[in-house]
Every structure is written in C-alpha cells, then in structure tokens.
Design a protein around this ligand. Structure first.
Ligand code: MCA
Ligand code: AMP
Length: 511
C-alpha cells in the first residue's frame, strides 16, 4: 500500500506554531524582556509586506548580511512567508566576497548594515541587484522603517515541499563557493525530527548564542525552538561570562566545540551554574573526547554530539536517552539513511573507513546553477557524498574519523585551503603555497599557510603577506601564521604532502 506523503512546508509549519503558541514567549533578551510568538509573527508579517514593497516575489533571492538581531530573525521568517529564498551571508565576508555572491545569486533584494553601504552599493549596482535596504545591529534602518508602516497580518504565500526556502553558500575544494539549494521540506522534516529526538517542548528556554547565517544557529537552533513553541534567550554573540550569567534561566544550549572549551575555561562555570539545564548539544566540528569528559566531570552533563552539514542539515545524533559516547556522532536520524562507502560507492564493512553518504528528506536539491557539481556529488541512487570519512558499528553508530575533502574547521567555520592558496598564489612575490589546519586550543583547528617566495623576493615578510590578504578574505579565514619555506614537501607524483607539513607544525598554535 502506498501512503501519500504530507507536504512539508516550513512556512506553513511556522504559521501553525505562531497560532498554537501565540501567548508564549518566543524570544527573551539579556535583560529578561520578552516577545511573544504573536508579536514575533506580527513583526515577521510587517517585514513580509516590506519585502513585497521592495519588489520581492516568490522564488526571488533575499541576500542578507546583517548583525544578529530580532529584526534579522523576523526578516528570515518574513522571507519564508513571502515565498522567497533566504540567502544569509557571514557578517565577516568582505566586499570582494560579496561581489561574487551577488553575481551568482542575482538577489532581487540585498539587505546590509548601513556601515557597509559605501562599499557595497556600487557592487550591488554592477551586479544589477534589484534593491538594497538597510538594517543595523539594533534592528534600525530603512527596511525597518518600511516594515513599521505595514499591516500586522500577512497571507503566507503557499509553497510546495520541493520549493526553495534558502540558498546557503558553502566553499569548495575546487574553487568558488557553491550555493546549496535548500527546500521547505529539507528544513521542516529536519526540524521536526530534532524537536522529537531532543525532546523540545514549549517549556524549554534555549540559550541562543550562535550566529544565524549558518545552518547551526538558523535551521537547527531557531527552527527547532520555534516549531516546539520554546523560548530563545537571544544573544548577539557568544560570550562565555554572559552565558554563565544567563544559564540559570535556560534549559538547553546548542554550540560549537569552542563554546564548550571556553565555558570550561571559566571557573564560574560550575555544576550549580548548569543546574537548570537538561541538554547541551555540540556540532559543526569534532568535539574532543577530553572536552566531553571534562564537561561531564564539571557539570554531570554528557554533551550530546550530533553531525551535519549545510547540504543535508542534521544527519546523525547521539541519543537523548541511551549512551552519548564521546568521539562518536551517534545514529542516523529518523527517515535519514547513511552508508559508508568507498570511492566507487561500494558499501564498506562494519568498522571499515569510507566516505559517509546520506539520503533522505533532509538532503538538499543540488547546487545553484551548477548541475555538473551536483551530478558529481550525488550517486545515481540519490545518495549525497559528504566528503567526511567515517566508520559504522554493527548497530549503526557512526564515528567521523577524518575528511576526504581538504577542509579546515576553525571555531565551527569552514575554511577551504584551496581558496586561501588561490589568493596567496595571486600575490606578487609568492611562488607557491600550501594551507593546512593545525591544532588550536580555542578554535579546534587554526589556519596556517606555508609559502615559498619567488626569486628575488627574499625580503617579503609574514606581516606584509598577511596585510595584503586583509580585505580580500573574511578575517576568520586569514592564516594565524604564515611560514616562509625554501620548498614544499612533495611526493613522487609531485603532489604537496600536507600531512608532512601538518606533522611538522602540529604544535605551532598551541605552544
Ligand atoms: C573569530 N575569529 C576567528 C573565528 N571567529 N578565527 C578563526 N576561526 C573562528 N571561528 C577571529 C576574528 O576574526 C578576530 O580576529 C578574533 O578571532 C576575535 O574575534 P571575535 O569576533 O571576538 O571572536 P568571537 O566572537 O570570540 O568568535 C568566536 C566564536 C565564533 C564564538 C567561536 O567564531 C562563532 O560563533 N563560531 C560559530 C560558527 C558556527 O555557527 N558554525 C556553524 C556552521 P582579529 O583578532 O584578527 O580581529 S553550520 C555547520 O557547520 C554544520 C551544518 C553543522 O554541523 O552545524
Ligand atoms: P558546513 O559545510 O559548514 O555545513 O560544515 C559541515 C562539516 O562540518 C561536515 O562535513 C563535517 O566535516 C563537519 N562536522 C559537523 N559536525 C561535526 C561533528 N560533530 N564532528 C565532526 N565533524 C563535524
């Protein structure tokens, strides 16, 4: 018997939550002031009208590079209600990086901080962006002004499960960033599964200190909280001392491993400070077993580690009840299939290392205007090739053991060595470069570049190279150190041996 799948549309599910939890607090700020679901809904509705008034129609991209604020969250929800495609960008991206995104995504509206207007307006004109509006860190600006005059009611534009809800750029091993096309079903199915698995309810208060331009802060933390009717303690950024102060009001937190190492580094973070908490979730980068154990010793809580990626949302999770084993990422989520395969796609045996492949309603619709790359990363039977190396146990428990892709994860942000190497190689005076990730006490991995200089450039210094990279690359991508070498180690095939460099410089950023 075939059962017809119910269409999963995130905007419709959010509307259901807004109606069901109207009088409950959706957001609480650091002073304790709160905003109800009805108020957040009304604000999002006003923004949805403002989007329409700015020329945004269904399917149009709304590109957003603004500081985290309540208005920013309302703008995200408004974009979904308007049937448009939300395209958030890391606030650290430089104008040079935005130039590329504008040309690729062709947004009908760009929303930026007024401080960036001088640098970005000319680029928006060159890229024929439909309209540009402002929103600052306090939620003020001409977009907010436009929204303020609009009606509190908005008829959500009907969407199909397969319609795009968001476009998120992820860098790649082969060059420019690619836009991951994320559907309403991807987001709705993932959020619902996590609400259930992690037992979120309207009684929860989630400490929200993640940025909302990536999957973790936006689709995991925010969508899960909103669909559950929970409250978010809405913080502009992660500050360990502030988080310790506010923790007694919270029941749950989601963070990257750096959040947890920074909490452990403050003596004020005690078992008592965490007494009201029922759940700590970690992801976006590997959580060291020693961090997991130290956290359990300090607080009595075992951090729940999960694994995911932009293209597939959340893929696996340790159990809520049951063993949360340090160093593993748990089991495939409900309705999600994973397999560990070799390069040819043949499934590996229990315990054998291979690349993790994933299939399910969480898996994205492909790369924006890039069918070749999409075809390359999907198997014929619909599995997406993650590029992460993993093993599976007999009962399906997954451990991520490494990466088949050349990728550094620093404080939860992805940095692709290829992108940095391309910039370095373009600089006059540099002959060649190799960018590696080495252990970093705070960020897990830190970016290091090893370069060789062109003949006659012996005076080019580390500082000079770094200053030339500034403004071209987001700050978190900038190498923490640039080492000048006579030559790069190569194997018999002439390929740079990054493992040799990683071993040689393993202690560079920890000592
Ligand atoms: C800031 N800096 C960094 C990073 N963050 N450098 C390397 N890696 C970083 N992650 C640099 C700044 O440029 C600055 O340099 C200096 O460090 C201090 O900056 P500041 O802004 O004060 O840093 P911070 O506020 O303490 O930020 C650190 C942070 C933040 C809290 C760890 O990076 C963060 O919130 N990370 C979370 C990222 C995240 O949400 N990832 C999820 C991706 P200078 O001193 O030179 O000015 S989603 C994902 O991966 C998948 C789907 C998943 O599974 O979740
Ligand atoms: P992004 O492209 O920003 O979505 O980053 C996704 C990548 O983060 C994955 O492909 C993994 O390499 C990594 N990642 C996410 N969660 C974990 C985790 N719990 N352990 C190890 N790596 C992780």
């Amino acid at each position: 018997m075939t059962t017809e799948a119910t269409p999963d549309v995130l905007s419709a599910e959010l509307d259901t939550a807004f109606a069901a939890f109207a009088d409950r607090p959706a957001l609480i700020d650091e002073t304790g002031a709160s905003m109800t679901y009805a108020q957040l809904n009304a604000m999002a509705n006003r923004y949805a009208h403002a989007l329409a008034a700015s020329g945004v129609g269904p399917g149009d991209r709304v590109m957003v590079q603004v500081a985290k604020s309540v208005s920013n969250l309302a703008l995200y929800i408004a974009t979904l209600k308007a049937g448009a495609v939300y395209n958030p960008l890391n606030t650290a991206y430089t104008p040079a990086e935005l130039d590329y995104f504008m040309g690729d995504a062709e947004p009908s509206l760009l929303v930026i901080d007024p401080k960036a207007a001088d640098a970005l307006m000319p680029l928006a004109r060159q890229n024929a962006v439909g309209a540009v509006r402002m929103l600052d860190a306090n939620g003020d600006g001409d977009l907010a002004d436009l929204a303020a005059d609009q009606s509190d009611a908005f008829e959500t534009v009907p969407r199909a499960a397969s319609d795009l809800a968001a476009l998120l750029y992820t860098s790649g091993t082969t060059g420019r960033s690619k836009g991951a096309m994320i559907t309403h079903e991807n987001l709705a199915s993932n959020a619902r599964t996590l609400v259930e698995l992690w037992r979120f309810t309207a009684d929860d208060r989630l400490l929200h200190a993640l940025p909302i331009f990536h999957v973790h802060g936006l689709f995991v933390a925010s969508n899960v909280s909103l669909l559950a009717g929970a409250s978010m303690i809405w913080l502009p950024r992660f500050d360990a001392e502030q988080v310790v102060d506010l923790m007694p009001q919270a029941t749950a937190m989601m963070g990257v491993p750096t959040f947890y190492t920074r909490l452990l580094a403050t003596d004020r973070f005690t078992k008592d400070a965490a007494a009201s908490m029922r759940l700590f979730v970690s992801g976006s980068a590997p959580l060291l077993a020693e961090t997991h154990d130290a956290f359990a010793d300090r607080t009595g809580h075992r951090i729940l580690e999960r694994y995911g990626m932009t293209e597939a949302g959340m893929i696996t999770s340790n159990p809520y009840k049951g063993e949360r084993r340090a160093g593993t990422v748990g089991y495939a989520l409900d309705c999600v299939s994973v397999r560990i395969a070799d390069e040819g796609g043949t499934e590996q045996g229990v315990g054998d290392v291979g690349v993790l492949e994933v299939k399910g309603p969480n898996v994205f619709a492909g790369y924006w205007r890039n069918p070749e790359k999409t075809a390359e990363d999907f198997r014929e039977d619909g599995y997406f090739i993650s590029g992460d190396l993993a093993t599976a146990e007999e009962d399906g428990r997954i451990t991520i053991v490494g990466r088949a892709k050349d990728l550094i994860i620093s404080g939860g942000y992805n940095v692709y060595p290829k992108e940095i190497e391309t910039e370095l190689n373009d600089l006059a005076g540099i002959s060649e470069s190799a960018v590696i990730g080495v252990p970093h006490a705070d960020f897990g991995e830190g970016v290091v570049a090893v370069v060789t200089l062109a003949p006659g450039e012996a005076t080019l210094s580390e500082e000079a190279i770094l200053s030339r990279l500034q403004g071209r690359l987001a700050k978190f991508k900038l190498p923490k150190r640039i080492l000048i070498a006579d030559e790069l180690p190569r194997n018999a095939m002439g390929k740079v041996q990054k493992n040799v460099l990683r071993d040689a410089h393993a202690a560079l950023l920890t000592s």
